[in-house]
Write a protein that binds this ligand. Sequence first.
Ligand SMILES: *Cc1c(COP(=O)(O)O)cnc(C)c1O
Length: 410
Amino acid sequence: MQIKDNFYHIQGIPLTSLVEEFGSPLYVYDADKIVSQVNLLKQAFATVDLRIKYATKALSNINILKLLRKAGTGADAVSIEEVLLCLHAGFEPKEIMYTPNSVGFEEIQQAVDLGVMINIDSIPMLEHFGTYYGNQVPVCIRLNPHILAGGNAKISVGHIDSKFGISILQLKHILKVVEAYDLNVAGLHVHTGSDILDAEVFLKGAEILFDAAREFKDLQFLDFGGGFKVAYKPGDIATDILDVGTKVSKAFQEFCETYGRQLEIWFEPGKFLVSESGVLLTKVNLIKSTPASTFIGVDTGLNHLIRPMMYDAYHSVVNISRLEGPERVYTIVGYICETDTIAADRKLKEVQEGDIIAIKNAGAYGFSMASNYNSRLKPAEVLIIDGKAKLIRARETFDDILRHQIDLGI
Ligand SMILES: *Cc1c(COP(=O)(O)O)cnc(C)c1O
């Protein structure tokens, strides 16, 4: 989103005109931004055999998946439904990594039948896999390196008390299972959490992974997961991806030399690829002064963007209806019957009813975490591609609220 000739736009299309055309609230994504993030990542890891597995859960519209596939990524799926969605969007099975947690074995079997790589994250499941498939199906193992990283406790998944991965402290046990079932371990994986800032954390994870990797002889790849931090507020430091790329690539190459073979290096970015591409546009319904604050009530809420309430996430907000005039301090709240603060104590160009507020960085974990809470409809989604605005998901209607309900005629 940028300013030009006194209006906010994406690829030259005024954002306020999109609300007139498609209604409010509205998710809008910039295809160019997504592709440029892919290219930046490729540039950062140009000297190694990089494979990008886009974390589907961040934003799973099939057009976004197709766009990313065209840009040269594979996909990381965390449910069988996401696997099916990725296949539907045109990814080859071999381009998809399936990283389940706490799923039944039938789901693993279904994924194996579909031909995708399975990333196993518990010893009992590894044993189950071994009993069933032996060395017939290559497999990846998700390790928990116990590195404390990630911006918020809820998105930090590598700590000692995390449910994810097999503890690196259990490596001996893993090796016994691998030997007992003659498993074909094609990859090792770590994903320590979201919002990882710097190269040092990645390098710490890498060193642990390298040490473990020397114990496995059939490896094709090492997967470092996702978690690159993007800037949410002015002055925020984002992960310096070129710095991470240079340092991790160098360490990886040194590892490959000692391992004796060139391996692929995989990453599974979600936020990094799609967060900044997206804005959530919402209309101001109400301006309400209380003794302590001036609230702006908008026509969206935690049902459409849960990150502020769930992760204390900071999203920049802009009044895109006004470029001139004085600024005032406001707290933007949603229309859900629940404390539903989107942005507290922010300076905005003086707001009037009917103005459109843009909530920035809404591409990742925005629509994909949306719900129908309060029996509200989910918003429409628009993709700006080749300078044109395309509707990629219709706004829900009241029929969608009733669709799966069964009326007993009571
Ligand atoms: C969520 C997730 C990711 C993506 O995390 P981001 O912070 O969006 O980059 C990658 N890998 C796995 C296994 C995940 O669960």
